[in-house]
Write a protein that binds this ligand. Structure first.
Ligand SMILES: [Mg+2]
Length: 232
């Protein structure tokens, strides 16, 4: 039998739905500001604000809400009504209450792997929100460790796979973001398994590292067993 690996799982849009709530809120945001700008322009300005603020606010809903407010102030030249700011805050708060819906195959895959491998949840975002979602998902017991990080870089994976196992050589990261989950994990020396989700934030896009020997792509988490069997 193959020796155990440390397997890192991304959470948002790998184990449960997430991006769809951002898209819904973005549509609501566009409606609120329809008198001032068209939806396409708002999406673009909001994305610019989010990227600008990532280094200060980090990833997650709170930063997204602040970026919506900032964009509303910008596109209205400071004339955005207080009632609209209130509606934006309400929309952000509702995102923090959204139900957690796990993706197909997620629970079964974790069930099959836990005990045989060391499983670590590795996610970025608001601390409270990620803890809430993990608790609500019912998946928490499958994990040997949970790491909620501010960003996912090569160094992040080196540190986590050293702390929870035998280093990146004996580790694998699985996630829907090439930029955050797959490429930096491969750079760290681990396997990087890409499981695409049909909705992924444009900031997380990157080219598939086809030439990397430790890159794999699967359609859903039910295929992870086959990857493990293949890499031995
Ligand atoms: Mg994700």
């Amino acid at each position: 039998m193959a020796p155990p690996l440390t397997i890192g799982f991304d959470a948002d849009d790998t184990l449960w739905h997430n991006e769809r709530f951002y898209r819904l809120t973005e549509a609501r945001f566009a409606e609120l500001l329809a008198d001032f700008a068209d939806a396409g322009h708002l999406t673009e300005r909001l994305l610019q604000a989010e990227k600008r603020n990532l280094g200060k606010y980090g990833f997650g809903i709170k930063g997204f809400t602040l970026s919506m407010i900032e964009t509303a102030v910008e596109v209205t030249d400071g004339r955005v009504p207080a009632a609209t700011i209130r509606d934006i805050l309400d929309a952000g708060r509702e995102m923090l209450d959204h139900p957690v819906e796990t993706l197909p195959h997620a629970k079964e895959a974790l069930e099959a792997l836990s005990g045989r491998h060391r499983l670590v949840l590795i996610t970025k975002g608001d601390l409270f929100d990620q803890e809430r979602k993990l608790a609500a998902s019912g998946l928490g017991d499958y994990f040997d460790a949970v790491e909620i990080v501010s960003d996912k870089s090569c160094g992040t994976y080196q540190r986590i796979f050293a702390a929870h196992g035998d280093g990146p050589d004996h580790a694998m990261m699985i996630g829907n973001s090439l930029k955050s989950d797959v490429i930096p994990a491969i750079e760290a020396g681990a396997w990087g398994v890409f499981v695409p989700h049909d909705l992924t934030w444009s900031h997380e896009h990157a080219d598939e590292p086809d030439a990397a020997p430790r890159f794999r792509k699967i359609v859903h988490l039910g295929e992870i067993e086959a990857v493990l069997a293949e890499i031995g």
